[in-house]
Design a protein around this ligand. Structure first.
Ligand code: SF4
Length: 354
């Protein structure tokens, strides 16, 4: 067992005391089932708690065990995930569920090395599962924990750099060992980052670690964590073509091997950001109404994306095969997983038709 300092013991004790009195009642905190902890952790990556709650509850009702998840059709899995984004997460998770069925006889592995070897599971997720579900002293380091530790201990430098990152993992590990209670300690760290040690205007006056905080004592809270300059986002523009045939609409499934593979969308074309004349850019489609009926702006990783949707038709029905698209009724489309932006286009289309 690694030696821990009295300072870390005292910090851990304060955090545990605070967490016992202040933990939110979140659905994944009502269980120690490693499968449930794992699903909640994957959903919570890049996504806010309040968004995740209904997804998590729906998921656990539909696929309550690893066996159910491993056996589920990919389209059903994507439908349950629809709107959470970063769909690669759930595809890798299903690979992991299948591996657990074959390699671990359907039981979630308990050793850190076996958990971290699962597809899509990194050091953070493995640490969260092993500590929360199995109460092992495995550290975690996510955005919330980085913020708390850098401020609390005055850890300067870019947290993504190798040396600073290693220092943060060491501190997280010492703290979780010092606590003697890994599950609530790690959850407490995340909770403190989510509720008190906020990115802007942290609630230092009610923070349980206030007397020990380097950043507060030195009036340098804004200096931590150091932020690396982000590269400028690249703007991309897509034109979605909404082609109707009575009740039916033309839609396509994104092929395997591309971003958002397996999700559905309207036929669409990427065009130069400043393109004015779209005619030559969208064959075999023709725009039938020059005014776009919806424009959606969103960001994916380093891209800022503009999606404009227009009513359109095929210049000839014989060209349908070229589009890789199929006709679907509204009822059929409601059962398919769509990307969030194209789901909005569909809802707008249905609204305008009503
Ligand atoms: S005192 Fe303020 S800056 Fe320091 S850990 Fe608490 S909330 Fe964060």
């Amino acid at each position: 067992m690694k030696k821990v300092s009295p300072k870390f013991k005292s910090l851990a004790a304060k955090l545990l005391y605070w967490f016992a009195a202040n933990a939110r009642d979140l659905p994944w905190r009502r269980t120690r089932d490693p499968y449930a902890v794992w699903i909640s952790e994957i959903m919570l990556q890049q996504t806010q708690v309040k968004t995740v709650i209904p997804y998590y509850e729906r998921w656990m009702q539909s696929l309550p065990t690893i066996q159910d998840f491993a056996k589920a059709k990919p389209q059903r899995v994507l439908k349950l995930w629809e709107g959470l984004g970063y769909y690669r997460r759930v595809r890798l998770a299903q690979d992991a569920a299948r591996l657990i069925m074959t390699k671990h006889s359907g039981s979630f592995p308990e050793s850190f090395d076996e958990v971290v070897a699962l597809p899509g599971v990194g050091r953070y997720t493995a640490g969260a599962i092993c500590s929360i579900a199995f109460n092992q002293p495995t550290p975690i380091l996510d955005g919330n924990v980085i913020r708390v530790l850098t401020r609390l201990l005055g850890i300067a430098g870019n947290p993504r750099s190798k040396t600073v990152n290693a220092e943060l993992w060491r501190a997280a590990e010492e703290l979780v060992i010092a606590s003697g209670a890994p599950s609530p300690l790690n959850q407490g760290m995340m909770e403190l980052g989510a509720l008190i040690c906020l990115p802007r205007q942290p609630k230092c006056p009610i923070c349980p670690l206030r007397p020990d905080c380097f950043a507060l004592r030195n009036q340098r809270v804004e200096d931590f964590p150091a932020t690396a300059k982000r590269p400028a986002a690249t703007l991309r523009r897509f034109i979605a073509l909404v082609v109707k045939d009575g009740e039916r609409l033309l839609v396509q499934r994104r092929p395997n091997g591309v971003v958002n593979a397996g999700l559905w969308e309207f036929p669409n074309v990427e065009v130069p950001v400043n393109a004015k004349d779209l005619k030559k850019l969208i064959p075999p489609f023709q725009i039938t109404d020059r005014s776009r009926f919806i424009e959606i702006r969103h960001s994916i990783t380093r891209y800022r994306i503009i999606l404009e949707a227009y009513n359109a038709k095929l210049s000839s029905n014989s060209l349908l095969a070229e589009t890789n698209s199929v006709w679907k009724t509204q009822a059929q489309m409601s059962k398919l997983p769509f990307t969030s932006a194209h789901r909005k286009v569909m809802q707008r289309t249905i609204h305008l038709q009503a």
